[in-house]
Design a protein around this ligand. Structure first.
Ligand code: SAH
Length: 365
């Protein structure tokens, strides 16, 4: 006879991390510090260390009473991310970090240094539930949402790295693991802390923050209503529903037209141009007629408020798909532009360190 079903202990089941300073509102920080017997002004003092000097180690916060530093560490600064591996490439200009979270979940972020800026690509979820077949993260499914603290601390770690190089982190893109708009509240809270001036946040300009989405239309509208001027990027990958249903499976819920309508609403409310992401996959979505249709639809839906970023596919291990040849890329760009839509091919940094979405974490697993 079969045994009755029992609850089983599964050691790999992700659990939420302990609360961190960046998870709390200013009032909650004051309350938490009050429980340790610390007065209100300590909250701002600690915020200046965290957001202004990128410190998460209370032993370096020497203006805090020494006797309290360990208690503050225990209550508000648990180690959220433990560095596992770091890869450098592009002559040291690109650094990809793999972190282990408190429950063993893997997380990655990529820092890209350019002559005029430094951009950090961050994750919003551990894994992803969107299941796009060309994306490494999509193959593993969703482990869990990241907390606000886990999102914000990726930025702090990179900002500290840049500060140590006498430079500054200037741009953030939510193009690492996960679908940011499927972890909406925590992502918006993180964006606020990334963009508020110190001591409330890191003071990175809203226009230098890009939130990239598969196109969750209702969440795009909600984001528009937050009245922030962050850049929205929509991963379209093809202008027709038939193919998009397979490349970006959530398209069966929110069609191309619905996504573009929501993008238009975002552009109108924010005053920002929307970026359209398009991974060019050889013989899959790189045809002339798709380039024409893409340009036409975008011009119609968004007029001048759109820019197309073509990304040559970075093939995931074991995939049968490949990037489109250079000549195909050039013709695709030409055709999109012919419809009056600006279009460029994304510079692909970090390919040899597997910096395409989720690849480093996938290798480690
Ligand atoms: N879930 C969000 C953000 C994470 S992915 C989104 O889909 O937008 C960031 C971008 O990288 C997306 O445009 C995604 O489609 C693209 N991408 C994923 N895997 C890729 C690959 N193997 N080659 C090229 N681009 C890829």
């Amino acid at each position: 006879m079969n045994q009755p079903a029992r609850l089983q202990f599964t050691p790999n089941r992700p659990t939420m991390p302990p609360t961190h300073f960046a998870d709390l509102t200013p009032e909650q920080r004051i309350a938490a510090l009050g429980e340790l017997g610390l007065p209100k002004f300590r909250a701002d003092q600690i915020a200046r260390h965290y957001f202004g000097r990128f410190e998460a180690d209370t032993s370096t916060m020497t203006d805090l009473p020494q006797a309290k530093r360990a208690e503050v560490a225990e209550k508000l600064f648990p180690e959220l991310m433990h560095p596992l591996r770091q890869h450098e490439t592009d002559d040291g200009q690109t650094t990809k970090s793999l972190w282990k979270l408190h429950d063993g979940t893997l997380l990655e972020s990529v820092l890209m240094r350019y002559p005029d800026r430094a951009t950090l690509c961050i994750s919003s979820q551990a894994g992803c539930g969107m299941n796009c077949p060309f994306c490494a993260t999509g193959q593993g499914g969703l482990d869990r949402n990241l907390t606000t603290g886990e999102i914000v601390d990726q930025v702090r770690a990179a900002a500290a790295m840049m500060a140590a190089e006498d430079s500054r982190l200037s741009n953030i893109v939510f193009m690492g693991m996960g679908e940011p708009l499927a972890n909406y509240k925590r992502v918006v809270s993180a964006v606020r802390q990334i963009t508020e001036p110190s001591p409330k946040g890191f003071g990175i300009s809203q226009r230098n923050v890009t939130v990239s989405t598969v196109g969750l239309a209702p969440a795009i509208r909600k984001l528009a209503d937050e009245d922030m001027s962050v850049t929205l990027a929509v991963s379209l990958h093809t202008p027709d529903d038939e193919l998009r249903d397979t490349l970006v499976p959530i398209n069966t819920r929110y069609s191309v037209d619905e996504v573009l309508d929501a993008a238009r609403y975002y552009a109108d409310k924010s005053g920002r141009r929307v970026s359209i992401e398009y991974a060019l996959i050889r013989d899959i979505n790189d045809h002339d007629f798709r380039a024409d249709m893409l340009g036409r639809k975008l011009h119609q839906a968004l007029g001048p408020k759109v820019h197309v970023n073509l990304i040559p596919l970075n093939p995931t291990p074991g995939s049968k798909w490949d990037a489109s040849p250079k000549a195909r890329q050039d013709e695709f760009v030409r055709r999109v532009r012919a419809q009056g839509v600006t279009c460029t091919v994304r510079d692909t940094k970090g390919q040899e360190i597997a910096a395409a979405c989720g690849q480093l974490a996938a290798e480690e697993r």
